[in-house]
Design a protein around this ligand. Structure first.
Ligand code: SF4
Ligand code: SF4
Length: 421
């Protein structure tokens, strides 16, 4: 029988839009094997390409770098095109996109100089900025972040006092409705005057509310702006709060202490590609970055499963690369992609270097995950009220956590972690 092309309608859940958003598509099933996935991918590819083309028509915003294209900047820093494309491939797959979309990711990075960003500092150590900007041997993420149109960032701008305030106002006014707001640091609430900023002594909360009002997208960068951070640790004397407690607009959290540069730059690239906010978990973290537990992809996981643990730092088991759970690793309770993307140009990460994860991308980790070198399993029932205040992002995560908790309990019992009362 002769094969005939058939046209159908399909309704799918789009993986890169909010869960509730459903997209209706027409697609053709034909003898060449075109299928829903292929046509959907193609449609998405075209859609993104069209967005990028329209973005490319917007004026280049950076005033201080002789309007150099990103390719020129990268070459000057010794980064070859091939390395840049490899970087684009990593970001593309991290965002959950097909590998064939890598050229679009590369193009989005090249267009980052057309997207205005306002970065606010609240109560924090500036570690998130520092980790991104002060690298002696900057990776591609750092170079791209140096390349974006940063309209206001107190750490790197020359202006201060009234001049700095004017820069902020000018940026808000000029790019109203277009700029991305990024906030680093916790923000005192009610006791707002614990944090004042600028020549007029505006409170941090006032500044956030003002800038948020005209922002196109808002990102809380680091655990402090996402969840309060160290200044919100008990007894939280300044009543520091996450950005979500200060403003009423939607906030995407990029937690970490500091967050990985790939997660910060990835959030920016995602926004440039889609011009909409990503699907998030229960703590408003993008699922593409915080969808898996550290434990799930950890290189020491085989040792955990085999019950092979480092008993104390520097022991023989440590030299064998055994699991760090018994010296306090919080990887089983922590959602982040460090085990996959690592740090310092993918060279290493904390667990690779021999210290357990301290859970830095989880809410209230200073209180709930410390002491950092003691296993949490010993006090699982008390610290987390049994069910788990580290309750995972979604149902799947909850189930996984339950399985992990059982695994941990079994390992603890077998290896004598729980001391007899
Ligand atoms: S407990 Fe920590 S070190 Fe051990 S496998 Fe899990 S994440 Fe890796
Ligand atoms: S390994 Fe854990 S503590 Fe270290 S950066 Fe990743 S989430 Fe944070």
């Amino acid at each position: 029988m002769e094969k005939m092309a058939t046209r159908q309608n399909a309704v799918i859940n789009h993986p890169q839009t909010s869960d509730s958003k459903r997209v209706t598509l027409n697609y053709t099933q034909n003898p060449q094997g075109d299928n829903l996935e292929f046509t959907t991918k193609k449609g998405l590819f075209r859609k993104i390409k069209a967005r990028l083309e329209s973005l490319s028509k917007l004026p280049y915003l950076r005033k201080d770098k002789n309007k150099e294209e990103l390719s020129e900047v990268l070459l000057k820093k010794g980064v070859q095109r091939r390395d840049f494309m490899k970087w684009a491939a990593v970001i593309t797959t991290s965002l959950g996109l097909p590998a064939s979309f890598a050229p679009l990711t590369a193009r989005a990075a090249e267009l980052a100089g057309r997207v205005p960003i306002i970065w606010l500092h609240m109560a924090e150590c500036t570690g998130c900025s520092e980790s991104l900007l002060r690298s002696e041997d900057p990776g591609i993420d750092s170079i791209i972040f140096d390349y974006v149109s940063m309209e206001y960032h107190e750490t790197i701008m020359a202006a201060s006092g009234y001049q700095a305030e004017k820069s902020l106002e000018d940026a808000v006014k000029t790019y109203s409705g277009r700029y991305i707001m990024m906030v680093e640091g916790g923000i005192p609430k009610n006791t707002e005057y614990f944090l004042t900023v600028g020549a007029h002594g505006r409170t941090g909360a006032e500044e956030c509310r003002h800038v948020a009002e005209h922002a196109a997208a808002i990102f809380a960068i680091g655990t402090c702006s996402s969840f309060g951070g160290v200044q919100a640790a008990a007894p939280n004397p300044t009543n520091a709060q996450p950005l979500t407690e200060i403003i009423s607009k939607r906030v995407i959290n990029i937690p970490g202490c500091p967050p990985s540069e790939k997660n910060i730059v990835g959030a920016l690239i995602h926004y440039i590609l889609f011009q909409e906010l990503p699907a998030v978990d229960a703590f408003n973290r993008p699922k593409w970055a915080y969808g898996h537990r550290i434990h799930d992809l950890c290189e020491r996981r085989g040792h955990f499963d085999a019950g092979e643990f480092v008993q104390s730092f520097g022991d023989e088991n440590a030299t064998k690369g055994f699991c760090l759970y018994k010296v306090g690793c919080k990887g089983p309770y922590t959602f982040n992609n460090c085990s996959k993307l690592r740090f310092n140009s993918h060279t290493n990460w904390p667990i690779g270097a021999g210290h357990g994860c301290i859970g830095c991308s989880e809410p209230n980790f200073w209180d709930t995950m410390s002491p950092f070198e003691v296993p949490l399993g010993n006090r699982y029932q008390t610290a987390f009220s049994g069910a788990g205040a580290d309750r995972t992002a979604d149902t799947v995560g909850i189930v996984l956590l339950g399985v992990t908790a059982i695994g941990i309990a079994a390992h603890a019992a077998l290896s004598g972690v729980i001391k007899p009362k």
